[in-house]
Design a protein around this ligand. Structure first.
Ligand code: G3P
Length: 218
């Protein structure tokens, strides 16, 4: 499963990228607002850090024509831009046109299997189902990932399932178990995957025993 980082925090992306943990980056208008930076400037910086790997930048127009124009403008930032459009009828129209031009398109704000089916038919490069926001309203977000995986496999759709709105390490594990192509998560969630209470406990015991030996490695 590919790891995308769901942030515009350049330092956090760099730290994970140095460990080989970054296969792409996703942003949205809320993430750009949180960064406090100019969308083109910060996106260009991220694209340069991970050349050849997709960096999603989101349009904000509501009509297809506007999304297409904004998407083309965002794609000028770098070769590795994936244009993000919302899963609306207008967004699907924009997806069809932009992918027809050979551009990567990430169709976002997906909350149902039928929406994901439409995105695949429109040629989406990525579909972004938001699992955390479904969990927020007492619908199991991971069930949606399983449904989309089955539908895409039934018909060999090449659209990649990009599990989004990930909030917990369990979302990461479940996405991987279900065969999601990609998971995009905040840096803190990715780093938390390394944590285990038994690792900490075991390390503590080893260090206590080591101290008894009086030995040094270096
Ligand atoms: O990738 C989409 C993500 O940014 C949304 O996450 O936590 O705002 O639902 P969240």
């Amino acid at each position: 499963m590919k790891f995308f980082v769901d942030t515009a925090d350049v330092a956090a992306i760099r730290e994970l990228n140095d460990l080989g943990m970054v296969d792409g980056v996703t942003t949205n208008p809320s993430i750009i607002a949180k960064s406090g930076r100019d969308i083109k400037e910060v996106t260009a910086e991220i694209c340069a850090m991970i050349p050849g790997k997709p960096v999603s930048a989101e349009t904000v127009a509501l009509d297809a024509e506007g999304m297409i124009a904004e998407g083309r403008e965002l794609a000028r930032i770098a070769d590795n831009i994936a244009i993000k459009v919302p899963l609306t009828w207008e967004g699907l129209k924009a997806c069809k046109v932009l992918t027809g031009e050979g551009r990567m398109v990430n169709v976002t704000l997906c909350f149902s299997a039928n929406q994901a089916l439409l995105a695949a038919k429109a040629g989406a490069t990525f579909i972004s189902p938001f699992v955390g926001r479904l969990d927020d309203i007492n619908i199991d977000g991971m069930e949606l990932i399983a449904e989309i995986r089955q539908i895409y496999d039934n018909y060999d759709f090449p659209t990649e399932i990009l599990t989004a709105s990930i909030r917990t390490v369990n979302h990461m594990k479940e996405a991987a178990l279900l065969g999601a192509d990609v998971a995009t998560a905040p840096p803190a969630v990715i780093k938390s995957m390394a944590n285990h209470v038994l690792t900490d406990k075991g390390l503590d015991a080893f260090l206590q025993d080591w101290a008894k030996t009086g030995q040094k490695i270096l």
